[in-house]
Write a protein that binds this ligand. Structure first.
Ligand code: SF4
Ligand code: SF4
Length: 420
């Protein structure tokens, strides 16, 4: 199907975005190419089009055209329809907004933020992967990208609570902590919610889910739909305010944490009325305070750092603090922590069916990393990474186990030693 492309709308959006640090980044690039080897898409293809700096082009062209001296003489060449068509794949399918390129850039250029801003211009022009955009509209209209409405949430909570004999509070009038959940967990990995409930109950936390705002993921942000991004954040704010929660816990979802914790206030245009904490941070704090008692686990395990929790989120240490003294045969990957390779499905790439082949190629990097540790199981703390990895594992017929850190912790709660 041919799509009409509104080039002027894209140019207007680029111009609106080019202020402050984004404009400075356009000036700063040295074209040195150091960022190429840091990007998993370049690393597995050797295709120079996947050099991160190349992704600056549409915004940089608009920027140069708007600045003297070129603007005095009618400006540099305009961004064209052909440019937008060519760069669509580069700004959506082949950037997971992982931020690894920024770690090596001598100018500290934040390519991931430029990609997020550029996606808004592409969507204004009428471009963008249809399935990613549909996920964002589902979130706006139904409550979640996978169609988890408030009724579906209530049904699943009741089913999970009964089946697992665990208390999962929904819509308590007041609570100290509002727990959010990703619809990927609810629909594909429901044990994740059960595990969080068991751990929070074990530690004696006063918490609830809320049907006013439960969806942690933000496909509005990932798809370039800033209007939907704002709606999703506002729902969580409304839910937290209605129960009086001063802490919002983000589940095992990387981008959900990054968007609310680091971009939420800017998208909303005012401070968030609560603290945003990733579930691994929340549990690590409970463990430090002696409220989370665990039986040791001897399996040989390694840990995949979700980019938006570790490198871009700043919560790298939380998972290690949880694993310390608990996973007695823990083996770090190389590289790890803030330098870890992305799973290949962040930034909404997991939701783009047309990107599956490239994602599977990228996952080979992860498979090599895990093989080198000799561990049988890779744990992570992001349901989106987990889904990406499960699909690629199946594609390659790989025989390692993939699991959730939070679920493994819940399986090892030491109830004989429960917190007072
Ligand atoms: S943010 Fe990640 S995926 Fe995007 S260009 Fe940089 S290294 Fe590549
Ligand atoms: S490493 Fe930084 S300065 Fe060098 S080409 Fe990449 S983005 Fe530009």
């Amino acid at each position: 199907m041919t799509r009409e492309i509104n080039v002027q709308a894209a140019a207007n959006r680029f111009l609106a975005q080019i202020s402050g640090n984004l404009g400075a980044y356009m000036e700063a690039c040295l074209h040195c190419g150091h960022c190429a080897d840091a990007c998993h898409f370049y690393a597995v293809t050797d295709d120079p089009r996947y050099t991160p700096a190349y992704k600056l082009f549409p915004m940089a062209r608009t920027y140069k055209r708007s600045k003297p001296p070129l603007s005095w003489f009618g400006g540099a060449p305009k961004v064209t329809e052909k440019d937008l068509q060519e760069w669509e794949e580069l700004l959506f399918d082949s950037c997971t907004m992982c931020g690894r390129c920024t770690m090596v850039c001598p100018m500290g250029i934040d390519i991931a933020s430029i990609v997020a801003a550029s996606r808004q211009a592409f969507v204004a022009a009428g471009l963008g992967p249809p399935d990613l955009l549909q996920a964002a509209e589902n979130a706006r209209d139904k409550g979640s990208p996978l169609g988890v409405s408030a009724d579906v949430l209530a049904d699943r909570v009741e089913w999970l609570a009964d089946d697992n004999e665990v208390d999962i509070p929904l819509d308590k009038e007041k609570a100290d902590v509002l727990l959010t959940v990703s619809s990927i967990e609810l629909m594909k990995y429901p044990d994740s919610l059960v595990a969080m409930a068991k751990l929070l109950n074990h530690a004696g936390i006063d918490w609830t889910l809320s049907s006013k705002g439960y969806e942690a993921t933000n496909f509005g942000f990932l798809s370039g739909r800033s209007d939907i991004a704002k709606i999703m954040i506002q729902r969580i704010v409304d839910a937290a305010e209605s129960v009086g929660a001063k802490t919002v816990v983000i589940p095992e979802c990387g981008h959900a944490y990054g968007v609310l914790r680091w971009a939420g206030a800017n998208i909303l245009g005012k401070p968030l009325p609560f603290e945003v904490v990733h579930i691994t941070e929340f549990l690590a704090d409970l463990k430090r305070r002696g409220k989370l008692k665990l039986k040791p686990m001897g399996d040989a395990v390694t840990y995949h750092d979700p980019c938006q929790i570790s490198r871009r989120g700043g919560a790298t240490q939380a998972a290690r603090d949880l694993l310390d003294g608990f996973a007695t045969d823990f083996r770090e990957m190389t590289p790890t922590g803030n330098h870890n390779w992305c799973c290949g499905g962040g930034g909404g790439v997991q939701a783009m069916s047309r990107a599956a082949g490239l994602r599977h190629k990228v996952f080979k990097l992860k498979m090599d990393q895990v093989e080198q540790t000799g561990a049988d199981t890779m744990l992570s703390a992001c349901a989106n990474c987990r889904l990406t990895m499960d699909e690629s594992k199946e594609h390659w017929h790989w025989d390692k186990d993939l699991g959730s850190l939070v679920e493994v912790l819940a399986e090892h709660i030491d109830e004989s030693n429960a917190a007072a």
